[in-house]
Design a protein around this ligand. Structure first.
Ligand code: URA
Length: 241
């Protein structure tokens, strides 16, 4: 059982929480590393995940590397269909972590894509960056290629542009560009659950294929399905803006 923090106004956190907040991994993973004696506080191994520490005053080492100096990592994954955007699935289905090498297993996804959706997924260990991009107030544009189950008329695409009434309220205006009788690209500035699928269902059609092709100015380009690449510094800067 964790104890209450010692009195005072210092920015204290439990060791387990601090490691997780630093973007290293989940709290249960952090507990395992601590028990595996991989974490030192002020030069001594600490085996108690509930120890209170002060990031500004205590020196925390993970595998002998200062926690405060760990580099931020930003990856772009071309997620294939059939993979869950989650760390572990109780039913044992494939997850995006099955696609990542061991050294990248501590990164976490920025938002999520449905199991049946493919395309651009960002992964990082930078919590602030991820929070900003997923904060609904920032209206970060995301572009999807959609193939619908039947031809859609111009008025129907116009409905998508203007906003569609869904059970959780109307959608914000979207940019829609026709790409075929039943295909289009749509840029939305929200990230509601299964939003594009529900918008298409509101037109009495279904989504047959859904691929995210861009977030802001960052495009998936010709990255192959299942592969990752590092974002360039310029891409990270653009996403921060
Ligand atoms: N909209 C959806 O319906 N699904 C996704 O995965 C992303 C956006």
């Amino acid at each position: 059982m964790p104890t209450a923090p010692p009195p005072g106004d210092r920015p204290l956190k439990t060791l387990e929480r601090l490691l997780s907040k630093a973007g290293l991994g989940s709290r249960s993973e952090a507990r395992k590393w601590i028990h595996a004696r991989r974490v030192k506080v002020n030069g001594r191994v600490v085996e108690d995940p509930d120890k209170w520490v002060d990031l500004e005053r205590d020196e925390i080492l993970f595998d002998d590397q200062p926690l405060q100096k760990r580099a931020s990592i930003y990856l772009l994954l071309h997620k294939p269909v059939g993979f869950l955007t989650t760390y572990k699935d109780p039913e044992g289905r494939k997850t995006i972590y099955d696609l990542l090498p061991e050294r990248e297993q501590y990164l976490f996804p920025v938002g999520r894509l449905d199991m049946d959706t493919s395309g651009l997924l960002l992964l990082t260990n930078d919590t602030q960056f991820a929070e900003r991009l997923t904060n609904p107030d920032y209206h970060v544009p995301k572009t999807y290629f959609v193939k619908a189950s039947k031809p859609l008329r111009d008025e129907q695409l116009e409905q998508l542009r203007q906003g569609i009434e869904l059970r959780d309220g109307p959608t914000r205006p979207a940019i829609v560009e026709r790409k075929g009788v039943a295909a289009f690209e749509i840029t939305i500035t929200e990230g509601r659950n299964r939003q594009v699928r529900r918008m298409v269902e509101a037109l009495d059609a279904k989504v047959e294929k859904l691929t995210r092709i861009a977030i802001g100015d960052i495009v998936i380009g010709d990255l192959k399905s299942g592969e990752t690449r590092a974002l360039t510094d310029e891409e990270v800067r653009k996403l921060r803006r």
